[in-house]
Design a protein around this ligand. Structure first.
Ligand code: SF4
Length: 218
């Protein structure tokens, strides 16, 4: 993705053209999230809706302090309509367990794109831009204490511009939403290159330490 695409994204946001409008009467986080989910389930903002099997909105605890963001649904997620249910999801669950976290109760998880790109290709800038209002709405509704980006596309989207993973990892970043951000690899990448699993373990340590500090300082 070119740097320009991200600036374009920010520009559209500044014009207020990138908003999900919530109806009046929505009171709780769960209600607001459900409203955004309903909007996603009829979305035709990019061509990925034509090739997907299911929209994959997100899952987990909307009241959790942690929010994980991946890149896009894979084959298994597309089939089941749930995020991170394939082999990458199993690895993620293992790494979470190692730091004492449960995916259903301790975090909320979603992807930048809610529909699977064919053959798991990289997301295109136009697709990220089209889908961005939903992610933005999810973050604004949940207001987690800490965001965790899984992989470079999630990292760039949450950070607001392209930067090498080596410069984004192992230190707490400030996301464009004003929420602290920890960046790690996508578990699918760790399945392809085993050495990355240990790198992810280091990032998860930073994540739990940062979360603890954020809780203590509030
Ligand atoms: S990827 Fe996002 S923007 Fe594109 S059709 Fe699916 S929900 Fe809509």
């Amino acid at each position: 993705m070119s740097r320009k695409s991200f600036w374009q994204l920010l520009y559209l946001e500044s014009l207020g053209l990138n908003e999900v409008i919530l109806p009046e009467g929505v009171k709780t986080k769960a209600q607001a999230l459900e409203e955004v989910r309903r909007q996603v389930l009829r979305c035709t903002r990019c061509d990925l809706h034509k090739t997907k099997t299911h929209y994959v909105f997100g899952s987990g605890n909307p009241y959790a302090d942690l929010m994980f963001v991946g890149e896009a649904p894979g084959a298994e997620e597309d089939k089941k309509g749930k995020p991170f249910v394939g082999r990458a999801g199993q690895l993620l669950d293992r790494l979470l367990q190692e730091v004492g976290l449960n995916r259903e109760t301790d975090l909320y998880i979603t992807n930048v794109l809610k529909c699977r790109p064919p053959r798991n290709r990289d997301p295109e800038p136009g697709e990220i831009q089209a889908c961005f209002p939903y992610l933005k709405a999810q973050i604004q509704i949940l207001r987690p204490r800490l965001l965790v980006a899984l992989g470079r596309f999630a990292a760039w989207t949450l950070y607001g511009m392209q930067k090498k993973m080596s410069l984004l990892r192992m230190q707490v970043q400030q996301s464009k939403f004003g929420i602290p951000l920890v960046v790690t690899y996508h578990p699918a990448a760790a399945l392809r290159r085993e050495a990355l699993t240990d790198e992810m373990r280091r990032d998860f340590q930073l994540m739990v330490q940062t979360l603890e500090q954020l809780r203590q300082s509030s």
